[in-house]
Design a protein. Structure first.
Length: 331
C-alpha cells in the first residue's frame, strides 16, 4: 500500500517523475485531489518520522528529497486549512505540517553538501543527482518559506537552490562529480549511467540541464562558458541514444526505454532502432561489450501520425561542446 488519499490508498509511485510532473499537473487540474494526496503523505511522515522518498509506509529511499518540491508546490498553490480560501474551496492543505516535513529534510542533508555546496565525489553513489535534486528541493522549500513568513529559512534555502553552477564543469559543460578539493574528476564518461559515475537512473546527458528552478540562469551560465543551452537540448534529442551501464553493471529499464523511444522515426520507415542511428552499449569494469544493436519490437510503438519535425543527425563522435555561433540564426 502506498501513501495517498486520506489513508494509504494508492500504490507506490516512482518519486522522481511523480514529484517533477504528476503532482504539478494535479495542482493545476485537480487541486482537491492533490490536497487529499498531501494528507496521505503527511500520514506517512507522522508515522515514520520522516517522509519516504519512495512513497510507501515501509519507507524507502531515492536520490534527493523531491517530496519537498511537491509539498512546497501544494503550500504555494493550494488553499490552506483554517483560511477563508480553504473554507470557500471545500478542500485545503495543512501548510504548517507540509512545511515542517520539508524543512526537516532541507536542514538534515548530508553534511558535506552544506560544507562544500555539493556532495563530493569521494562520497560515491549518486552524488551528482543527489546534489542537483537537493538544489531543486531547497529552492522549492524557499518559496514555501517566503510565503509562510519564514524569511531566514527562505534566504538560506534560496541561496543553496541557486548554487547549481557549483556542479557544472566549465570545461566539459556537463554536471560532473567534483572532489573535496574543488576539482572535477578526470576519469569521466559522458555516457555512463548509475551510481559510481554519480547519477540516478540516467547519465550526464540527462542531468546536463537539471536546474528546472532557474532555466534562464542555467542558460546564462552555459553561455558564460561558450555554450548554447538551446543547442545542447537539440543535440541531446538528436544524437544516437548511447548509454554505458556504468554503475549498474547491466541494462536497466530506463536505458532500454530511451533506446526504444529514439526509434520512432526509424520504425515509421520500417528500419527499426537502427533507423535513427541508435547505439546500445554495455560496459563494465572488466570488459566493454557491444550488445546486439537495437533490440526492440516495432509493435511496442505503432506508427501513430505525428506532426513533422526537423530531425538532425549527429555522429557518435560529434563534439559535445557546441558554441554559441553554432546556433546563430537558427529558430
Amino acid at each position: 500500500m502506498g501513501c495517498g488519499g486520506s489513508l494509504y490508498s494508492l500504490p507506490p509511485s516512482p518519486p522522481l517523475p511523480s514529484n517533477s510532473t504528476t503532482f504539478s499537473w494535479l495542482a493545476l487540474t485537480q487541486p482537491a485531489h492533490l490536497a487529499e494526496e498531501m494528507e496521505g503523505f503527511l500520514n506517512c511522515w507522522r508515522e515514520a518520522g520522516v517522509m519516504p522518498q519512495w512513497p510507501h509506509p515501509a519507507g524507502g529511499g531515492m536520490a534527493g528529497t523531491m517530496s519537498d518540491v511537491t509539498f512546497s508546490e501544494a503550500i504555494v498553490k493550494l488553499p490552506h486549512c483554517g483560511s477563508a480560501r480553504g473554507a470557500a474551496a471545500g478542500y485545503c492543505v495543512n501548510a504548517s505540517a507540509l512545511y515542517a516535513a520539508s524543512r526537516q529534510n532541507a536542514f538534515s542533508r548530508n553534511q558535506d553538501y552544506y560544507t562544500f555546496g555539493y556532495v563530493p565525489a569521494e562520497n560515491g553513489g549518486t552524488m551528482v543527482s543527489d546534489t542537483l535534486l537537493n538544489y531543486h528541493a531547497d529552492w522549492a522549500v524557499a518559496q514555501a518559506a517566503a510565503l509562510l513568513g519564514h524569511a531566514d529559512d527562505a534566504a538560506v534555502l534560496l541561496q543553496r537552490g541557486l548554487n547549481y553552477t557549483a556542479q557544472l564543469d566549465p570545461v566539459r559543460g556537463f554536471m560532473v562529480p567534483r572532489l573535496r578539493n574543488g576539482s572535477f574528476i578526470a576519469d569521466w564518461d559522458e555516457f555512463a549511467w548509475g551510481p559510481g559515475p554519480g547519477y540516478t537512473e540516467a547519465g550526464p546527458w540527462q542531468y546536463r540541464v537539471e536546474a528546472p528552478q532557474d532555466p534562464q540562469g542555467l542558460k546564462a551560465a552555459l553561455k558564460g562558458i561558450g555554450m548554447d543551452g538551446c543547442e545542447i537540448i537539440q543535440q541531446a534529442n538528436t544524437i544516437p541514444s548511447t548509454y554505458h551501464a556504468g554503475g549498474y553493471g547491466g541494462v536497466i529499464h530506463e536505458q532500454a526505454e530511451m533506446a526504444a523511444n529514439c526509434a520512432w522515426w526509424g520504425w515509421r520507415g520500417g528500419r527499426g532502432l537502427e533507423g535513427c542511428g541508435c547505439r546500445v552499449e554495455r560496459r563494465t569494469a572488466a570488459a566493454a561489450l557491444s550488445l546486439p544493436r537495437c533490440r526492440a519490437s516495432p509493435s511496442l510503438h505503432p506508427p501513430i501520425p505525428r506532426p513533422p519535425t526537423r530531425l538532425v543527425t549527429m555522429g557518435a563522435q560529434q563534439p559535445a561542446r557546441l558554441g554559441v555561433a553554432a546556433h546563430a540564426g537558427r529558430v
